[in-house]
Design a protein around this ligand. Structure first.
Ligand code: HEM
Length: 347
C-alpha cells in the first residue's frame, strides 16, 4: 500500500476529534470507550472510502465492527486447531475451520464491494478517497481491502491514553501548562501547534510504548535460512519459521526504559525539554510489512491527546462500581481493552 498521505487528512482528523469532544460533553464521558471506537473507525473509513460515521450507529459501521470481531476471533491461536496445527489444512473436504473461513471471506467481500463501490462511484462526500485513488492507479485490490480493518489499533491506543491518565496522572498538569502557554484559552489546539508542543508529542510516544496496541506484534515468516546473533550466541532460524517480534518486551526493556511500567512521557525529552532525537518504536512493526499508516495514526493520537487535555480533566471516577459497590478497579496489567471497569472514568 502506498504510504498514507496523512497531511491531506489533517482537517478530517481535526473535525472527527472535535466531534468526539462534543459527544463527550453531551454525555459527560459516560460512553467514552464507544466514542473513541467510533472516531478511530470514522477517520479511516472516511479517508479510505468516504464513509463518515458521526453517530457510531451507522449500519455500515456496525457491519465493519462485526467483520473485525470475526477477524479477531478467527485469528487468535485458541480460535481453531488449524491455527496451532496448520498442516491439518491438507485434509480435504468441508472441515469446520474451512467453512468458517469461507463464511468470513463472503462477509468480507460483501462489505468490501459496498465500500469500494461507494468510494469509486463518488457517492462519497466528494472527497478524494484513498480507495478511489488506488483504484485509478491500478493498485492490487489487496491494498484497498486492507483499509477496511485499520482502525482498531488507533482505538486501543486512545483507550490506553485514558488508562494512563487514570493510573499515572502526575504528568497531566505539565502537559496542560504547555498547551495553555502555546494555545491559550480562546481556541482549541490544531496541527499547526504540533512543533511547539514537545510534551504532547512525548505523550504520544509513551502511549505507544507503555501499552503497545499490538503487544505481540504480527507474526512474520522467514523466506530463507537466517543466522541471528543474540548476546554473543548464534541461532539458526530455518526458512519458513514463524517469528513473533514481541513488541511489549521490546518496549519494556529495562536496560532502555527505567521504571518501564510507569507512564513517564518525559523519558522522551532531553535536558532542554526538547524531544530526544534518537526515537525508535517497535509499535508499528518491522521491515517490508511495517505499518504504512504511521503518519495518519500518529496524527490521530496527537490531535486527540492535545484536544482532550485542553478540554477536560480526566481522572478516576468518584462513583463506586455498581457491580461491587466498591471504588472502580483499573486494570494496569494488560491492554486497556482487558479492563471492563475502565468503562467508567471521570471526564
Ligand atoms: C496506533 C495505531 C496503529 C498501530 C499501533 C499500528 C500497528 C501496526 C502493526 C504492528 C502492523 C503489522 C506490521 C508488521 O507486520 O510488522 C500494522 C500493519 C498495517 N497497518 Fe497499522 N497501525 C496503526 C494504525 C494504522 C492506520 C490508521 C492505518 C491506515 C490508515 C494502518 C494501516 C496498516 C496496514 C495497511 C497494515 C498492513 C501492512 C502490510 O501488511 O503490508 N495502520 N500496523
Amino acid at each position: 500500500m502506498a504510504s498514507v498521505r496523512a497531511g491531506e487528512t489533517e482537517p478530517l482528523q481535526q473535525f472527527e476529534t472535535l466531534l468526539t469532544l462534543t459527544h463527550l460533553l453531551d454525555d459527560g464521558g459516560e460512553n467514552w470507550f464507544h466514542h473513541m471506537d467510533r472516531e478511530s473507525a470514522s477517520m479511516v473509513l472516511a479517508a479510505a472510502f468516504g464513509l463518515h460515521c458521526p453517530t457510531g450507529q451507522e449500519p455500515d459501521l456496525m457491519e465493519a465492527f462485526a467483520y473485525i470481531a470475526d477477524f479477531v476471533k478467527l485469528f487468535t491461536p485458541s480460535a481453531s486447531i488449524i491455527n496451532v496445527l496448520p498442516f491439518l489444512d491438507m485434509i480435504p473436504g468441508p472441515m469446520p475451520w474451512r467453512k468458517r473461513a469461507q463464511t468470513y471471506r463472503k462477509h468480507e467481500a460483501a462489505l468490501y464491494n459496498k465500500l469500494i463501490t461507494r468510494a469509486v462511484s463518488g457517492e462519497a462526500s466528494g472527497m478524494n478517497t484513498w480507495a478511489a485513488t488506488f483504484a485509478s492507479e491500478d493498485k492490487p485490490e489487496g491494498d484497498q481491502r486492507q483499509l477496511m480493518n485499520q482502525f482498531t489499533l488507533t482505538a486501543i491506543s486512545l483507550h490506553t491514553f485514558i488508562l494512563a491518565c487514570i493510573l499515572y496522572p502526575k504528568w497531566i498538569p505539565r502537559a496542560q501548562r504547555e498547551i495553555d502557554a502555546i494555545v491559550g484559552e480562546d481556541r482549541l489546539p490544531s496541527f499547526k501547534d504540533r512543533p511547539c508542543l514537545p510534551f504532547v508529542e512525548a505523550i504520544v510516544r509513551e502511549t505507544l510504548r507503555w501499552r503497545p496496541a499490538a503487544p505481540f506484534g504480527v507474526p512474520h515468516q522467514s523466506t530463507a535460512d537466517n543466522v541471528v546473533e543474540y548476546k554473543g550466541k548464534e541461532y539458526l532460524l530455518p526458512k519458513g519459521s514463524v517469528i513473533f517480534a514481541v513488541t511489549v518486551a521490546i518496549e519494556h526493556d529495562q536496560e532502555r526504559f527505567e521504571n518501564h511500567d510507569v507512564f513517564l512521557p518525559e523519558r522522551f525529552l532531553d535536558d532542554t525539554h526538547n524531544l530526544k532525537s534518537d526515537y525508535e518504536t517497535s509499535a508499528f512493526g518491522f521491515g517490508r510489512r511495517m505499518c504504512p499508516g504511521i503518519p495518519f495514526a500518529e496524527r490521530a493520537l496527537w490531535i486527540n491527546i492535545a484536544m482532550m487535555l485542553w478540554t477536560f480533566n480526566i481522572r478516576r471516577s468518584d462513583e463506586p462500581d455498581p457491580k461491587t459497590g466498591l471504588p472502580f478497579k483499573y486494570d494496569a496489567s494488560d491492554s486497556a481493552f482487558n479492563g471492563e471497569a475502565l468503562h467508567k472514568c471521570a471526564i
